[in-house]
Design a protein around this ligand. Structure first.
Ligand code: ATP
Length: 363
């Protein structure tokens, strides 16, 4: 396994890129620690596959370097990088047994049969496919085929990194959670460096210790799932993560205080030196409380969706839509209500970026 460093990376598919918009990857500086479980998360077109292909060697970046530990691999072809990849669709040999499929990457590199047997047995046990080892792969269900594909990615002990590219795309929704938690468990057992590429926040947040969020060819935040939920570094992360995402409301900053529709909104702490003028207040629906008697911002309820575990209230205040997630009783559509924002979770964003700081942070 190796630490992977991406240094000053830029990539354009155009022969003569002029400005930032011509780059699929604008400027990436990132270190993936040895043994880490990472997710690369972002919407379609943000540059995830481009980045993955640069790490695997299918693409040579227009600028910058890739290091595996201290070794510069920027110009090395995929076969020389010693990485394993699991793709959207299972890559297995239908005519071979499950055992031979799992053994293939090891035999291909000339490993002794006793090592092959030890590794295949261990991986099969982790994946809970021991009972299928002598089954022909053609007889497997799609999810078991993908499990074997994952096993092939994990069977070698000497790879620098295992990369998963949207590996659950073909899996039935009701089986997805099973494979998702299985992958997490596998990482805890094999401790390989793993990069999991997805546009699905649930997959990213379940699998990864660190999530790298991309937008438009740039990294907007790297953090734990809790960081991304509690302190989105950018309103994009606030919107993209969460269901519904963070409420982002227009506000006016005056002398370090934020005003929404003329009413002051108490921020978590100092406004971070945000200059007077237009900015945004960010508050997650989980931290908005709704009452008919208490104080707060006057609003009216537009609709209420009961989604089982909780209710999602959509209210309108000062022409902005505000979501609140409620566990117990909820108002009805048309009700006049008061909205209260939990102060410690109320953030200020300036030009999209987090500006406010927690109380007591006097930087
Ligand atoms: N071979 C190519 N030639 C030209 N442009 C490309 C090529 N591959 C990708 N792009 C462009 O580069 C940008 C990043 O694409 P990329 O496929 O890396 O994003 P992605 O996040 O992986 O999206 P998806 O999840 O849809 O695969 C997009 O604007 C895309 O249109």
């Amino acid at each position: 396994m190796a630490q992977i460093t991406l240094s000053n990376l830029r990539h354009s598919y155009r022969p003569d890129p002029a400005d930032d918009d011509d780059y699929a990857l604008k400027k990436i500086d990132l270190t993936w620690d040895d043994g880490g479980a990472y997710a690369l998360l972002g919407p379609s077109g943000c540059g995830k596959s481009t980045l993955l292909n640069i790490i695997s060697g299918l693409l040579v970046p227009s600028e910058g370097k890739i290091l595996f530990d201290d070794r510069d691999v920027t110009a090395l072809p995929p076969a020389k990088r010693n990485i394993a990849q699991v793709f959207q669709f299972p890559v297995i040999y239908d005519t071979m047994t499950v055992y031979d499929n799992l053994a293939f990457p090891l035999r291909n590199r000339g490993r002794d049969e006793d090592i092959v047997k030890r590794r295949v047995t261990a991986i099969a046990e982790m994946l809970e496919v021991t009972g299928m080892l002598s089954t022909r792969a053609s007889n497997l269900s799609p999810d078991n085929k993908q499990k074997i594909s994952m096993g092939r990615g994990l069977v070698r002990e000497d790879v620098n990194v295992v990369m998963f590219d949207e590996p659950l795309t073909v899996i039935d929704p009701h089986l997805k959670w099973k494979l998702r938690s299985k992958l997490k468990e596998l990482h805890q057992r094999v401790r390989a460096t793993m990069i999991y590429v997805t546009h699905d926040q649930t997959e990213a947040l379940t699998f990864a210790d660190q999530v790298v969020v991309m937008q438009d060819g740039e990294i907007v935040q790297i953090g734990t799932p809790v960081d991304l939920f509690e302190r989105p570094a950018h309103t994009f992360v606030g919107h993209f993560i969460g269901s519904p995402g963070m409420n982002v409301l227009p506000c006016e900053v005056k002398g370090g205080a934020a005003f929404f529709g003329g009413e002051q909104v108490a921020l978590e702490g100092p406004a971070g030196g945000a200059a007077d003028g237009k900015a945004e207040v960010g508050i997650r629906p989980e931290f908005v409380s709704v009452s008919t008697t208490g104080g707060g911002i006057a609003a009216h309820v537009r609709k209420v969706a009961d989604i089982g575990r909780h209710k999602v209230v959509e209210a309108i205040a000062h022409d902005s839509r505000i979501h609140a997630i409620l566990e117990g009783d909820a108002p009805n559509a048309g009700d006049a209500v008061m909205l209260d924002f939990k102060r410690s979770q109320t953030r200020l964003y300036k030009d999209g970026w987090l500006a406010s700081r927690p109380e007591g942070d006097v930087r």
